[in-house]
Design a protein around this ligand. Structure first.
Ligand code: GRF
Length: 226
């Protein structure tokens, strides 16, 4: 599986992907890393790993669509099977999303559909959530609204602030993204007929990351939905 990774900042999810590929845990290679921020540390990580790394600044583009079309022509040029938005902090315009539906995923730091958008950890604290976490979902036109593939749950502790909670969620984001990519590469997870499939059947509820960092079915939710 050829991956293109989009990142705007730190790049810890990119590093987790590269480490897992290095350990032989994901049958994939990173064909390119792309950013809207020329000084993103993620690009430097990519270069240090000897990967194709390219930035395109939105400055100078007349419209969002114009920028996205240029950026994604660079992405498409590396012929990715899957595009992974890992801390890519820009909205992607509808025509470009539509052209890549089912081939683009995003990691978002909340248990979607709760807490879309930015400052998700503060949103969770403000809502007095007792459980928070992260989700990997297919990208659709609705921001953070595409079908959810898998989630990692993180208990909120009484003395949490947004920074502490973000740090614990990040520690679970990395194995969540790695496990999801592993099963996308094996074909156990697939996008068929506009739906997430797992082991050849539509997935009724997001998979959960267990303590052994494996994706398992969410039995409770499935039974209550049955
Ligand atoms: C992660 O929390 C990710 O979920 C969010 O942005 C952050 C990116 O972190 N969308 P990093 O750049 O991968 O370290």
């Amino acid at each position: 599986m050829r991956l293109a990774v989009l990142a705007s900042g730190r790049g810890s999810n990119l590093l987790a992907i590269l480490a897992a590929i290095g350990r032989g845990e994901i049958d994939a290679r990173v064909a390119g890393v792309f950013s809207d921020k020329p000084d993103a540390p993620a690009l430097e990580h990519a270069r240090q790993a000897g990967l194709h790394a390219q930035a395109l600044s939105p400055r100078g583009f007349a419209s969002r669509v114009d920028f996205d079309e240029h950026l994604f022509s660079m992405v498409d040029a590396v012929h990715p099977d899957l595009i992974v938005c890992a801390g890519y902090m820009r909205l992607i315009s509808d025509p470009v999303v539509a052209a890549h539906t089912g081939r683009m995923i995003n990691i978002h730091p909340s248990l979607l559909p709760e807490f879309k958008g930015l400052r998700t950890h503060q949103q969770a604290l403000d809502a007095h959530a007792t459980v928070h976490g992260a989700s990997v979902h297919y990208v659709t036109a609705e921001l953070d609204g595409g079908p959810v593939i898998a989630q990692a749950r993180v208990p909120v502790e009484a003395d949490d602030d947004a920074a502490r909670l973000a740090e614990r969620v990040l520690q679970r984001e990395h194995p969540l993204l790695v496990a999801t990519l592993r099963e996308l590469a094996t074909g156990r997870i697939a996008w068929i007929d506009q739906r997430v499939h797992f082991d050849g059947h539509p997935l009724p509820a997001p998979l959960l990351l267990d303590d052994a960092n494996q994706l398992v079915r969410n039995r409770t939710l499935q039974e209550s939905n049955a």
